[in-house]
Design a protein around this ligand. Sequence first.
Ligand code: C6P
Length: 423
Amino acid sequence: MNTTSTEVAAAAGREARGEFDVWRIREDFPVLRQTVHGKPLVYLDNAATTQKPRAVIAAIDRFYTADCSNVHRGVHLLSERATMAYEEARGKVRRFLNAASEREIIFVRGTTEAINLVAHSFGRPRLGPGDEVVLTHMEHHSNIVPWQLLCEEKGARLRVAPIDDRGELIFEEFERLLRPCTRIVAVAHVSNALGTVNPLRRIIEAAHARGIPVLVDGAQAAAHIRLDVQDLDCDFYAFSGHKLYGPSGIGVLYGKASWLEQMPPYQSGGDMIRTVSFEKTTFNELPYKFEAGTPNIAGAIGLGAAIDYLDSIGLEQAAAWEQELLAYATERVGAVPGVRLIGTAREKGAVLSFVMEGVHPHDIATVLDRQGVAVRAGHVCAQPVMERFGVPAIARASFAFYNTREEVDVLVTGLQKVREIFG
Ligand code: C6P
C-alpha cells in the first residue's frame, strides 16, 4: 500500500481533531495502562489475540457473580438465566454475521476447532480416493493440517493455489484447480502472515459455479471486515472470540443449515442427543447437535459482550482507523534501513510483517520487548508462507483500533535501536 506524506498528515489531523477518539477508547482497555520493562506497553500483537474491553470483563464477571449455572438442563432460575444469556449471545453472533438463523451458529472453542469440525463431519463422509481439497499457499496451519490428515486417511489430495510476490492469490491458477473431483475449497479471508485480504466473493462464485462448497477461515477478518454470510454465500465461516476482543476458548462455526442438517455430529455425549438407549441414540436439533457437553457459557456471554462493544465503536470506523495506522506503519517501517516487508497485497488487513537484513526476527522482537513493544516473531503458524518468501521467520506488528500513531513511532524507534545493536 503506497501512502503519501499528505495522507499521513491528514490522518494525524483527524486523530488530533478526535474524529476517531482513540485516546478515549483506550480507557476501555485496562490492560493497556501498564508499563513493561519500565516502558509504556505498546501492544502490537493483535493478530495473535486482542485485548479485552471492560464491558467484556464485566459480562464474564457478572455471569460468575450472579448467574453461574449450567445451560439447557435446570428448571431453576439460575439455569434459566444462564441459558437465556447463552442463547442471547448466539443471537448476537447471528446478527453480527447476518446468518439466516440461529440454528446455523455453532459455538466451538475457536477457529481451529471449527475447521476440524467441518473436516470431520463434512469432509470425512464426502472424500474418497482421488478426490481433492483446494487451499491457498497463505493458509494458517489450522486450515492446512485438518485437511491434510483427512486427505491422508482417505487417499485424497491437497491442491494448493499459488500466491505471487506481493502475497496475493493468483486467481487464474486457483480457478484451474477447481475440478470435478474437488470436494471443498478452504480459504483464509485474511492471511495472518501477509495481511492479504482474499477476493472471497470471486472465490465463492467460481467454486459454486462448479458445485464446490467453500469454507472460510475468518480468524483474521471477523474483527476488521463487516460480514454478511448470506450475501457472501459461503457455506462455512469460522472465527475465534479472542481475536474479536472477546475471551479465549470460544469461537463460532457458521454453516448453512442445509449442510449442517446432513452432517453427522463431530463430538458426542451430553446435550447433543435427543434420546439415548444402549441400542441407539438420536441427535438433538441444530445447533445443539454440534455442541456436545457443557459449553463455554461464560465465553459465549463474553463474546456477545464483545460484539456489542464493537457495535458501539462502529466496526467500519474501527477498520478505517486501523487502515490509517497500517498505511502510516507501512511507510515508516518500510523506510527503516535493511527492512524488507513481507506481504504487500493491494488489499490488506492491519498486519505488517517484515524481516531485517542480518537480524533474526526473534532478536527483533526481544529488543522491541525491552522498549515495551509487543510484536510476534516466528513462522506465525504459516510455514508454507515462510518457504514461499524464502525466510525462516518474520517479525509481525498487527494493529487494533486502540493503537495510535505514537505507538507506530515507538515501534520505528525500537527498530532503529535494533539496527544500532546488530549493526
Ligand atoms: N493465528 C496468529 O498469531 P485459533 O488458535 O483457533 O483461535 O485460531 C487459529 C487461526 C486460524 N486461522 C488464522 C488465519 C489465524 O490467524 C489463526 C490464529 C494466531 O496469527 C495464532 S497462531
